[in-house]
Design a protein around this ligand. Structure first.
Ligand code: NAD
Length: 483
């Protein structure tokens, strides 16, 4: 499969080179150069924000009838779905994920446009009774220019998540794609043009975080920011947003835990382990990175989780077109070596590798699917987000102990409870400090269900109805009636 050798940024309806030159994108499965991407500098960011501002002020997007705007947003999703055969191999080659996972990601991205396109005309205000002589109502108006900074783990889905809702609400958008896998960002520009969105409504550019990313976050022409990425960068984004007094949504990391009670259906639990920590090679903010397992079933759980990890064939994503027991590369040498380092040091803290824990002896950024038993909840591996295919297993005996371990990190993105006892599941769900709780199936839910963090996992919600309100501000109109 040949990937186009050079990919430009899309600003104000035109394909542009970058002021900061070009970036070489490497293929994670080989470590070899894959293509070049135009690299934006601060002046390119200025151009993109100006194009979005012009689009907003012209009313070409925000002034459309919501049903017409929503239709265009849905058409972007249709376009992505219709071009899945073209997009999937590029996504696989730049991100390392298996081809079947790339297809799932494209479908997920398309779903966001379908869902939020359908919601465009539902942003209704309300009428507030003020007594005789007054009529009062609220309207929701777009902020104007929405800046969106995207991480590399799901470059399509993470972009689709914010772009679709922001456009549906009538905002012009500037998207800063991730440096490690920016190529597929170009397909949003193509989809927007094909759907007939006005010039400047969708601007897609890649640049370095510290240069283009920081310039975008601090830009005085931006009215609202969405950031998905690490806690460290999120703090910088929040500071930049505060300087300009604009709202931001932060979707940050996690160290999410599944609590497995003795009456859990272990087949279902293993299915959740497979998806929860080995899908996308564990590079998922809401991954099941910890399993807190009752002593009565701990040994069986560990044995089965280790066998599951060992059953996965690990190799180049492009050779893995069909859903199956397989896993791709991690995104970069740096991320892979960081994850391996966490595994290598875990033994000194008393943990035991029952599967994996090492990099593969072949080109590309591969880590073995890994399971560690006896992980001390307070240890480095027990507390640190690995962002890789590494499951930490911890044992518990009382419900209080399980909940305390689950809640005992700085994060609070998601949590899981596995039990046949719904009362116990509900009691535990109430006590988990997390923005989303899965009962008996990790990742249960979809674009319809609100998602976001407690604690240092961030604030604001993406997905679901809740996310639409990130992209609008409320105006109240109070009328004194004459006569
Ligand atoms: P990162 O914070 O390094 O980078 C994310 C994005 O921010 C990239 O586009 C990068 O270029 C940009 N960036 C970096 N420094 C910047 C700065 N100073 N100013 C503005 N932009 C800057 O994170 P990453 O390594 O790409 O992603 C991994 C992290 O993201 C993990 O911690 C993971 O949990 C988190 N994540 C969270 C979610 C979620 O929805 N909660 C989803 C995916 C990833």
């Amino acid at each position: 499969m040949d990937v186009a050798p050079y990919w430009r940024n899309f600003v104000g309806g035109a394909w542009l080179d970058g002021g900061a030159g070009r970036l070489t994108v490497e293929g994670p499965a080989t470590g070899a150069p894959l293509a070049e991407q135009a690299l934006a500098d601060a002046a390119d960011v200025d151009r993109a924000v100006a194009a979005a501002r012009r689009c907003h002020e012209s009313g070409a997007l925000g002034g459309l009838r919501p049903c017409d705007r929503g239709r265009m947003v849905r058409q972007m999703g249709d376009w992505l779905r219709g071009h899945a055969d073209e997009i999937a191999p590029v996504l696989t080659l730049e991100s390392g994920k298996p081809l079947w996972e790339a297809r799932i990601e494209i479908e997920g991205a398309a779903r966001y446009f379908e869902y939020y396109g359908g919601q465009a005309e539902t942003l209704e205000g309300r009428s507030i009774p003020l007594g005789a002589g007054y009529l009062d109502f609220t309207v929701h108006e777009p902020y104007g220019v929405s800046a969106q900074i995207i991480p590399w783990n799901y470059p399509l889905e993470m972009t689709a998540r914010s772009l679709s809702a922001a456009l549906a609400a009538g905002n012009a958008c500037v998207v800063k794609t991730p440096e490690l896998d920016p190529l597929t960002g170009a397909y949003f520009a193509k989809a927007a043009a094909a759907a007939g969105l006005p010039e400047g409504a969708v601007n897609i550019l890649c640049g370095l975080g510290l240069e283009a990313g920081a310039a975008l976050a601090a830009h005085p022409g931006v009215d609202q920011i969405v950031f998905t990425g690490s806690v460290e960068t999120g703090v910088n984004i929040a500071k930049a947003a505060a300087e300009n007094v604009v709202p931001c949504v932060l979707e940050l990391g996690g160290k999410s835990a599944a609590i497995v009670f003795p009456d859990a259906d272990l087949d279902a639990v293993m299915d959740s382990v497979r998806w929860g920590i080995f899908f996308n090679a564990g590079q998922v903010c809401s991954a099941m990175s910890r399993a807190i397992v009752h002593g009565a079933i701990h040994d069986e759980f560990v044995e089965r989780a280790a066998a599951l990890a060992q059953s996965l064939s690990v190799g180049p994503g492009i050779e893995r077109p069909e859903f199956g027991a397989n896993m791709g590369a991690m995104i970069s040498e740096k991320q892979r070596d960081r994850a391996e380092g966490l595994c290598a040091r875990a033994g000194a803290d008393g943990a035991r590798a029952v599967a994996g824990g090492r990099k593969l002896n072949r080109p590309g950024w591969f880590l073995e699917p890994s399971v560690f038993d006896g992980v001390d909840p307070a240890s480095e591996l027990g507390q640190t987000e690995v962002f890789g295919p590494v499951l930490s297993v911890m044992k518990f005996s009382t419900d209080d102990e399980a909940v305390a371990i689950a809640n005992g990190t700085q994060y609070g993105l998601v949590g899981g409870v596995f039990t046949a006892d719904m009362d116990r599941a509900m009691r535990t769900a109430q006590r988990l400090q997390a923005g989303q709780v899965f009962v008996n199936e990790w990742y249960a839910g979809g674009v319809e269900t609100p998602f976001g963090g407690y604690g240092k996992s961030g604030y604001g919600r993406e997905k679901g109805r809740e996310a639409l309100y990130n992209y609008v501000q409320t105006k109240n109109v109070a009328i004194r009636l004459g006569g």
